[in-house]
Ligand binder design. Structure first.
Ligand code: PLP
Length: 385
């Protein structure tokens, strides 16, 4: 049996969505059509909007704009600042779908500042504060890091930003915190949030911008009046309906899911520290996602370890899903000032909320055996040299 410990990349769909999907396979209306097929699709979208709204504790005037994922949501928000005269402040360990559009705006003349995290992978409000001015236009800081799991003090950062930069729009990419912590505009103190369905058991290719109504976001995709003219194009009805179903389930299940993930993660880390010599847990000094363990295993190449564990039926990652498959080292660990060896020898283990504690020993044993084999091989190889 395969044990999927790569939940931060994507989370296998919740099985409760089967019925929703099959009901749309018979007929799928266009939500903009006036006939009953269209109205059924429209109703499904509005029901999903209400469910996602409940999950993020949205107020009556807050808006939820469905997109094709957090990547599109982040791009839409950042591209809204094209040509802005004020500075755009973000962090060097953000997801590439925040970093790249910001770099593009920088190449077009915007002043973009990337703040570095601490060696534990979180952003200090003080470090962000130093970069804020009266003219700052955007502050975009992720709620939690996808690779090491560090949770940023967004509430504190937002408070400082409101004082120092009263005109700034404050955004947080909450794609990883959703389903693993409290995500709401008020709880985080921000104007805009981005979220993704497949990180909570929905389908990939669906996400949303959650925004306060006073905020003006320019559409990235133009040509249709859908989603309040913020996102043109026929809506992904099935994906959005499924997002609603998984969001609805999560409203009640969040506390127990967090507790379950924490237990599994704590068991796992306790056993790893006992069984594998010299392991260091990245970001262990700061608040972390309840399901994420980023492990530095000295002397073991992460890419080889991922393949070795895959052969044993255990899925982990050597970095973020979007960056694995290409040989570039993790920009997140680099931004934390970690050594090249540590960057090369770090794996990410991220647990689903339905993983049983009974599965943990199998994961640790496989990890321990594979690490030992690789360390032996390496020390053998160096003695030949
Ligand atoms: N932001 C973060 C922090 C992520 O972890 C991811 C996905 O890995 C994304 C954004 C992109 O989300 P999506 O796959 O919905 O485009």
């Amino acid at each position: 049996m395969i044990i999927d410990c790569d939940a931060n990349a994507t989370y296998s769909p919740d099985q409760r969505i089967r019925g929703v999907i099959s009901s749309y396979l018979e007929s799928l209306g266009n939500p903009s059509s006036l006939h009953r097929g269209g109205q059924r699709a429209r109703a499904a979208i509005e029901e999903a909007r209400a469910a996602v709204g409940r999950l993020v504790n949205a107020k009556a005037h807050d808006r939820i704009i469905f997109t094709s994922g957090a990547t599109e949501a982040n791009n839409t928000i950042i591209q809204s600042f094209r040509g802005s005269r004020g500075e755009l402040v973000s962090a060097s360990n953000e997801h590439p779908c925040v970093l790249e559009p910001l770099r593009q705006l920088a190449s077009l003349g915007s002043k973009v500042i990337f703040v570095d995290p601490t060696s534990d992978g979180s952003l200090s409000a003080e470090a962000v504060s130093k970069e804020l001015t009266q003219t700052t236009a955007l502050v975009s800081i992720m709620a939690a890091n996808n690779e090491v799991g560090a949770i940023n003090p967004i509430g504190e950062i937002a408070r400082v930003a409101r004082q120092r930069s009263p005109r700034a729009v404050i955004h947080s990419d909450a794609a990883q915190l959703l389903g693993k912590g409290t995500v709401s505009l008020d709880a985080l103190g921000v104007d805009l949030l981005t979220i993704s369905a497949h990180k909570i058991g929905g389908l990939s290719g669906v996400g949303a911008i959650v925004m306060r109504d006073k905020i003006d976001v320019k559409p990235l995709l133009i040509g249709g009046p859908q989603e309040g003219k913020v996102r043109g194009g026929t809506e992904n009805v099935i994906g959005i309906a499924v997002f609603g179903v998984v969001a609805d389930a999560l409203v009640n299940e969040l506390p127990s899911r967090i507790q379950g993930m924490e237990r599994v993660r704590d068991d796992f880390e306790r056993m790893v520290l006992q069984e594998i010599p010299n392991v260091i847990i990245n970001a262990s000094g700061v608040a972390r996602l309840p399901n994420t363990s980023s492990l530095y295993i000295p002397g073991v190449r992460a890419d080889d370890l991922v393949v070795a564990l895959d052969l044993e039926g255990i899925l982990v990652s050597s970095g973020a899903a979007c960056s694995s498959g290409k040989p570039e080292p993790s920009h997140v660990l680099i931004s934390m000032g970690q050594s090249e060896e540590r960057v090369r020898s770090t794996i990410r283990v991220s647990f689903r909320s339905d993983l049983s504690r009974q599965d943990v020993p199998r994961v640790v044993t496989a990890l321990q055996r594979a690490s030992e084999r690789m360390r032996n091989k390496q020390s053998g190889a160096s003695s030949v040299i």
